[in-house]
Design a protein around this ligand. Sequence first.
Ligand code: PMP
Length: 330
Amino acid sequence: MTAGIADGLIGAIGNTPLIKLKRASAATGCTILGKAEFMNPGGSVKDRAGLAIITDAEERGLLAPGGTIVEGTAGNTGIGITLVANARGYRSVIVMPETQSQEKIDFLRMIGADLRLVPAAPFRDPGNYVHVSRRLAEELGAVYANQFDNLANRAGHAATTGAEIWEQTGGRIDAFTCACGTGGTLAGVSDALKARNPGIRIVLADPEGSGLYGWVKSNDLSIAGSSVTEGIGQSRVPGNLDNAAIDDALRIPDAEALEQVFDLLQHEGLSIGGSAGINVAAAIRVARDLGPGHTIVTILCDGGSRYQSKLFNPTFLKSKGLPTPPWLGN
Ligand code: PMP
């Protein structure tokens, strides 16, 4: 392909810009950089996982044109898998908790996913979307994408997200922080960066209501509180996060994350979702901890328009006891 021309959808996934977050950088005296994953064709970091998982299944001879791939997802992985499946000639069946944003539900239907909504249930419940999707894949004789335990997810992030961050910063990076759903992003980036410089600090950012903060700090997965963020937080350690080199963890309340979501939109014109807000808030805490002159990279996982009906809706925000930004009224 000629330089500058993407070879179809697949060629347009990844190679996202690293954006300097100006106010966060100025406030801390550090350079805080956000990897603009909302610029992927499907609008999130999970396009990378979808591509990595489907490519791996093809290489293993599990998927051939006309085949079907099934996944359980908070939405973004379903979008990534469905777009790549469309481009490569497969069908996708997507199982998703009905509590996820209407925007993700509508988008999945729009792009042709065979969408199965299920009631939200904890992981220990057989009705949890992950277990429903695994059983459905078996019943259909289809490929099960299995993003939580399929290590193609983590390897894809090491080969692309992590390698890109190293190249884009020229190796001048002191710390990386992000939240975990499957852990593919954090573990894959950790693998790539630590292989090049073991001194780079890797920090897990966790929402309230997730057990991962306690797991990193004291090997205790117990959970307290809740979060309005989607796609992140865990009550267990997924296969993709197992054995990841993680130096520290931070627990970020929703109000602190949303402050960054609204601030970046109002003052820098950057529209990000809730998990990206957690990541930026964590990057600021890491910057304060390290002191001026350091470079911290984080992930802007997806865009705000995916959560218009929630994070930018005064009625929803009020119902959760969260502040509404002034331009949205009351
Ligand atoms: N943010 C959003 C919005 C997501 O959908 C996800 C994936 N569920 C993540 C963050 C976490 O990414 P990972 O699965 O690689 O940990």
